[in-house]
Design a protein around this ligand. Structure first.
Ligand code: BGP
Length: 486
């Protein structure tokens, strides 16, 4: 750190925490809710850790008052949550389910009564199952009008109460996990289909942003992207080139479209040469150019390190399996996907300078500053950190959870964020992942992120009691002093 003194966080900085509907709500068939692709996927044996599902999750649907009361007591300034599309429009495109809308209206009202800014994510992966069956989900352009209708419903209902909106959560993660690694629904391993679906989602994103600007002129909207900076393993220019390539494949491919309305030409050329590029019409190009996000949501967990492909083959099978199974942010091609243009261009490797979490995710607070700097400098949009946190096994001992390791992790990241602000990065807020313990998509209830412990595990929902952890009181202090102590 080269500053004598860091700039303070702005007065209205949004200290927040985040969640997603499928991971917390439960009540998966209540009050008219339709099924989502995750409801189906999690019920199929072998797809999730110990067969865990979101049927009950942490029962937030029935405990929303208690949960918001805990947020208020903590002094939270913002709460990021997602809406379950199939709760609001059960079949994805037909009649609106008023009871579903009413649940989110209640949540938003409670938040506002407690001066907590709602941050609404429109799509956090739980596509209505009916749309998957009818249109092949994001595989067909026919889904776009359905998404537009869903957005219109939410914009009309909440335009006066919700200022910050997120279109898609981690498009890079859910497209690659769903269409490439077959770890999420629709469980496909086809790179061409991944790029095709991804393009359709880009069109849906642009459509939503344009509609929003028409209907909610005083609000702000943007996508949340899972960003990780890419490092070369060494100063060998071949490794540096590998990092440039990986940055295009892992980051620019999405961010350039969001922020500049066009695909990066180097990578588009590689995909065209490999015969896996999406079909992009002239109308598509006009649409993508027309939609401008107001901010960019950044989810930061870690970056990645790459080297040139010295052996002309991917890194050893065991290591790759480990990467793709536990870490959606590493897009290292597997041996069976050797037709991918990435294979000769870069290989993901471990960074020798970084420690890892119990799940093998690198802990890299400096990378957070690198990320914020890179993205802000390139796109000049205000940044909103919509996720950052540590997944760990927490132990309840004598009714308490002493998660000092989480406090250390968060304190380091908040500090580097403050450094990035001092560097000149414009930031709206920071939402830690997650407010309470919740269902991890593929790691059940074992991998915990919350400030609030939820007394349940993979085998039993127990009493679902909420117990604030040590990190809860630490964050409460941090918010009270607006980060001045960091
Ligand atoms: C992000 C998702 C979140 C959350 C988080 C932690 O990719 O947006 O929904 O799940 O990662 O991931 P995990 O639970 O796999 O550790």
């Amino acid at each position: 750190m080269y500053y004598q003194k860091l700039d303070e966080f702005q007065k209205n900085f949004l200290w927040g925490a985040a969640s997603a509907a499928y991971q917390i709500e439960g009540a998966y068939q209540e009050d008219g809710k339709g099924l989502s692709i995750w409801d189906e996927y999690a019920h199929q044996p072998g797809n999730t850790f110990k067969g865990t599902t979101g049927d009950v999750a942490i029962d937030h649907y029935h405990r929303v008052e208690e949960d918001v009361a805990l947020m208020a007591k903590m002094g939270l300034k913002a709460y990021r949550f997602s809406v379950a599309w199939s709760r609001v429009i059960p079949d994805g495109e037909g009649d609106v389910n008023e009871a579903g809308l009413a649940f989110y209206r209640k949540l938003i009202t409670l938040l506002k009564q407690n001066q907590i800014e709602p941050v609404l994510t429109i799509y956090h992966w739980d596509l209505p199952l009916a749309l998957q069956k009818k249109y092949n989900g994001w595989g067909s352009r026919e889904i776009i009008p359905a998404f537009e209708k869903y957005c219109r419903t939410l914009f009309s209902a909440f335009k006066d109460d919700v200022k910050y909106w997120v279109t898609f959560n981690e498009q890079n993660v859910f497209t690659s996990m769903g269409y490439r690694w077959a770890q999420h629904p629709p469980k496909v391993t086809d790179i061409k289909r991944m790029y095709a679906a991804n393009h359709i989602i880009n069109l849906a994103n642009a459509t939503a942003i344009n509609l929003f600007h028409e209907l909610v002129p005083n609000g702000q909207i943007g996508p949340s992207f899972g960003y990780g900076p890419v490092y070369p393993l060494t100063g060998d220019p071949n490794d540096v080139l590998a990092a440039v390539n990986a940055n295009d494949f892992n980051n620019n491919w999405w961010l350039d479209v969001y922020c500049r309305g066009e695909y990066p030409y180097f990578m588009l050329k590689q995909l065209q040469k490999a015969g896996i590029a999406p079909e992009i019409t002239a109308d598509d190009q006009v649409l993508l150019k027309s939609a401008k996000p107001d901010f960019l949501g950044i989810n930061y967990y870690h970056g990645g390190t790459v080297q040139t492909n010295r052996l002309q083959k991917p890194v050893k099978e065991a290591e790759q399996k480990d990467f793709s199974a536990t870490d959606p942010y590493l897009m290292q091609p597997k041996a069976d996907q050797a037709q991918s243009p990435e294979v000769p261009m870069f290989n993901s490797v471990s960074n020798p300078y970084l420690d890892k979490t119990a799940w093998g995710w690198e802990i890299d607070p400096v990378g957070f500053r690198v990320a914020l700097r890179q993205v802000y400098e390139k796109y000049r949009l205000p940044l909103f950190v919509t996720e950052n946190g540590l997944g760990a096994v927490d132990e309840l001992v004598d009714g308490k959870v002493d998660d000092q390791y989480r406090i250390d992790y968060l304190a380091q990241h908040v500090k580097t964020m403050k450094e990035a602000i001092t560097d000149g990065v414009e930031m709206i807020g920071y939402c830690a992942w997650s407010f309470s313990d919740i269902l991890s998509w593929l790691n059940g209830y074992k991998k915990r992120y919350g400030f609030v412990y939820v007394n349940r595990d993979d085998d039993s929902q127990k009493d679902l009691k909420r117990i604030p952890k040590a990190s809860y009181y630490w964050y409460q202090q941090l918010i009270a002093q607006n980060g001045a102590q960091i």
